[in-house]
Write a protein that binds this ligand. Structure first.
Ligand code: FAD
Length: 566
C-alpha cells in the first residue's frame, strides 16, 4: 500500500486523530488515539510486513499513562569505570545466547539485566516450543532464524545438558477433504525449512495421539518441532557463558547513555557508568527504549500479552507431543495459534492468547484469557479440564509493527547492534540470533582471537528423581543431603537445592531455585516446600530467613525473625 493510501485509510478510520509522516528511513506516526487498540491498529495500517522501513509511533492515548520501566532500588558502584569490549543489555534467551557465542572469542563481555535473575521476562513466560516455522512468511528474517535455530537445538541442548524433546507437532484439520492437498504441500514444507512432514489419516493420528479430539479428521505432522524448558535453557546458556569468561551483572538497569558524534561513549546504570566499545540491545519489550537512549530509534515495539495455563502431570497421559486444530483461532490474533504442549518436565501447557497492551511489565493473569484459551483448545483436546490447572502465567511479546525480528547494526550510531522485535519464535531462533550477532561483532573486532579455553559443555544439576536406586544410593553415600527430599511433588532433594545455589550463575531467591531445580513447580506449587527452601537458602548463603525473597525486590516472604516477638 502506498503512503498516500495509508494516510487516507488512517483518516477514514480515525478522522484526523493520527498522522503518518514519512521521514528518512522510517514512518513516523503521531497524534492522539482514543484507545490503545486504536493506536496499535494505526501502527499496523502504516507498516508493511517484513519491511526494513519501520513504523516509529509517538501516538499517545488520552488519559493513558504508561508505567515507566521498573528499576532496582539498588545503587552502588560495582561497575563504575568498567571498559568492556561488549556490553549486552538484557539477559533473556537472546542476550544469553549472544553472550555464549561471544565467549568463543577472546573478548571482554559484560552481560547485564535489570532483574534479579536471568530469564524473568518473556524467556521464562512462553510455551517452550521449538517451532518448525509453519506460519511464518518466507522472506522474513524470523523465518530464516527460526529454521537455523531449530536445527541448532539438538547439538546445543546436548552440549548444555538441557532436556530437549524433538517430539514433533500435529496440525490437525477438521475436513477429511484436505487430505490429498496435505500430500501436495509436503515438498513446500521441506523447501521452506519446516522440514520433513507426514500426512496422517484420522485412524493413524488416533493411534499416536489417542486422546486427540474426534473433530480432527486428519493431520500434518511436523517432525522438526520440539519442546524445551525455556528458563532452563536460558540459565544454561548464561552459566556456560559465565564459565567461559563472560561477566554477568544482575540488578543492573541501563538508565541512559552519553552519545557523541554517532558513537555511544558511556552507559549509565544504577551500578555505575560503563564505557563499552560496543553495545548490544537485547532488551526485549524495552528494546525501543534502549534504542532511544542510544539516539538510534528507528522502530517501535507494541507489547502483546499471552497467557498460558500449566496442567498437573496427571494430564500428561493424554498427550505425547504437541497438537492444535486448524480453524479454532481468531483471525485477528497475531499468535502462532497456540496449542496443547506436552512439556519436557512432564506437564501440559495450554495457550497462549494474544492481547495488545501498553504495559510492558504487567504479568498479571486474568480468568477471561484462561477461559477463552480453554474453550478454543478443547476443540483439539476435549480432555482438558480446569481442575488440572496448577498455575497460570503471562508473558509479553516484543512485537514490531512489521512483525519481524530486527537484527542489525545501528543506523545512526556506530557502536550498537540491535536484537529487537524478538517475539515468537524468539526462543527457537535464539541460538541463530546469537550466531548472527556474533558474526557482526567480529566485524567490530576483526583481530579478536578464539578463546582457547572455550568449553561448550555444561554440567547440569544432578536430578535424583531421574536416577536409578543404585545411582541415588551412591550420591547419598557421598552426600546425605541428596537423600533428604524437600519438594514432595517434584521429588527434589536438599542436595539439589544447595547445588542450585552454588552454580556459575548463582541465585538467592525461592523463584531462582525453582527455575533451576524445580522445587515448588508441582501440584502444591510450593505450599509444602517453600518454607524449607527459604531455610536452606538462609543456611547456605548465611542470610537471615526474613531476608530471603521470593523473587524481585520487595518480595520478602517473612515479616521478621522467629522468636523476635516477645
Ligand atoms: C506467551 C508467549 C509464548 C511464546 N511461545 C514461544 C514458543 O513456544 N516458542 C518460541 O520460539 N518463542 C515463543 N515465544 C517468544 C519468546 O518467548 C521470546 O521471543 C523470547 O523469550 C525473547 O527473548 P529476549 O531475550 O529477546 O527477551 P526477554 O526474555 O524479554 O529479555 C529481555 C531482558 O532485557 C532486560 N532489560 C530490558 N530493559 C533493560 C534495561 N534498560 N537495562 C537492563 N536490562 C533490561 C529485561 O529485564 C529482560 O530480562 C513466546 C512468547 C510469549 C510471550
Amino acid at each position: 500500500m502506498s503512503v498516500a493510501k495509508k494516510q487516507r485509510k488512517l483518516r477514514k478510520i480515525f478522522g484526523g486523530a493520527m498522522e503518518l509522516r514519512p521521514e528518512k528511513g522510517r514512518m513516523h506516526l503521531v497524534g492522539e488515539a482514543k484507545s490503545w487498540d486504536d493506536a496499535v491498529q494505526a501502527g499496523l495500517i502504516c507498516a508493511k510486513k517484513g519491511s526494513d522501513i519501520h513504523v516509529v509511533s509517538d501516538v499517545t492515548v488520552k488519559g493513558l499513562e504508561i508505567p515507566p520501566m521498573r528499576v532496582p532500588e539498588l545503587r552502588d558502584n560495582a561497575l563504575e569505570g568498567l571498559r568492556p569490549d561488549v556490553m549486552i543489555i538484557g539477559a533473556g534467551v537472546t542476550g544469553c545466547a549472544i553472550a555464549r557465542e561471544l565467549s568463543r572469542l577472546k573478548l571482554n563481555v559484560l552481560l547485564t539485566d535489570k532483574e534479579y535473575d536471568v530469564a524473568t521476562h518473556a524467556s521464562s513466560r512462553n510455551d517452550g516450543m521449538v517451532h518448525p516455522g509453519i506460519d511464518i512468511l518466507p522472506g522474513l528474517l524470523k523465518k530464516k532464524l527460526n529454521t537455523r535455530g531449530n536445527r541448532m537445538y539438538t547439538r546445543l541442548c546436548r552440549e548444555l545438558n538441557v532436556p530437549f524433546d524433538r517430539c514433533g507437532q500435529y496440525l490437525c484439520f477438521r475436513q477429511k477433504s484436505v487430505l490429498p492437498l496435505l500430500y501436495l504441500t509436503k515438498p513446500y514444507w521441506l523447501l521452506s525449512g519446516a522440514g520433513s512432514t507426514e500426512v496422517l489419516t484420522k485412524k493413524a493420528l488416533k493411534k499416536r495421539e489417542t486422546d486427540v479430539s474426534d473433530e480432527a479428521a486428519c493431520a500434518l505432522y511436523f517432525k522438526s518441532a520440539g519442546s524445551v524448558c525455556p528458563y532452563g535453557l536460558t540459565v544454561a546458556l548464561a552459566e556456560n557463558a559465565v564459565e567461559n569468561g563472560v561477566r554477568l551483572s544482575l540488578d543492573t538497569a541501563v538508565l541512559n547513555m552519553a552519545v557523541e558524534k554517532g558513537e555511544i561513549r558511556s552507559v549509565n546504570t544504577n551500578r555505575g557508568t560503563v564505557y563499552p566499545g560496543l553495545v548490544i540491545n537485547a532488551a526485549g519489550v524495552f528494546a525501543e527504549d534502549v534504542a532511544k537512549m542510544a539516539q538510534d530509534r528507528f522502530f517501535s515495539i507494541h507489547p502483546r500479552r499471552g497467557t498460558n495455563a500449566i496442567l498437573d502431570k496427571k494430564a500428561r497421559r493424554h498427550i505425547v507431543s504437541i497438537y492444535s486444530l486448524m480453524g479454532t483461532q481468531s483471525k485477528s490474533a497475531h499468535t502462532k495459534g497456540g496449542g496443547v504442549v506436552g512439556t519436557v518436565d512432564g506437564n501440559v501447557l495450554v495457550g497462549p492468547d494474544a492481547v495488545e497492551t501498553p504495559e510492558k511489565e504487567n504479568f498479571a493473569t486474568d480468568a477471561e484469557s484462561i477461559l477463552k484459551t480453554f474453550e478454543k483448545q478443547r476443540h483439539a483436546a476435549p480432555w482438558l479440564t480446569q481442575g488440572d490447572i496448577i498455575t497460570y502465567f503471562t508473558g509479553i511479546r516484543a512485537a514490531t509493527y512489521e512483525e519481524d525480528f530486527i537484527v542489525e547494526k545501528g543506523r545512526a550510531v556506530r557502536n550498537i547492534i540491535h536484537a529487537a522485535g524478538i517475539q515468537s519464535p524468539g526462543l527457537t531462533a535464539a541460538p541463530a540470533v546469537g550466531e548472527m550477532v556474533a558474526g557482526m561483532v567480529r566485524d567490530y573486532f576483526p583481530k579478536a582471537e578464539k578463546n582457547p579455553s572455550f568449553d561448550p559443555n555444561r554440567k547440569p544439576i544432578v536430578r535424583m528423581a531421574e536416577l536409578s536406586f543404585e545411582e541415588r544410593a551412591k550420591y547419598i553415600e557421598q552426600n546425605p543431603d541428596y537423600g533428604e527430599i524437600v519438594c514432595r511433588c517434584e521429588e527434589i532433594s536438599r542436595g539439589e537445592i544447595i547445588d542450585a545455589l552454588r552454580r556459575p550463575v548463582p541465585c538467592s531467591t525461592v523463584d531462582g531455585v525453582k527455575r533451576r531445580c524445580r522445587p515448588g513447580m508441582g501440584r502444591c506449587q510450593g505450599g509444602f516446600c517453600s518454607p524449607l527452601v527459604v531455610k536452606i537458602i538462609s543456611e547456605t548463603l548465611g542470610i537471615p530467613e526474613s531476608e530471603v525473597r521470593k523473587g524481585s525486590e520487595g518480595s520478602r516472604l517473612l515479616m521478621g525473625e522467629k522468636g523476635a516477638h516477645k
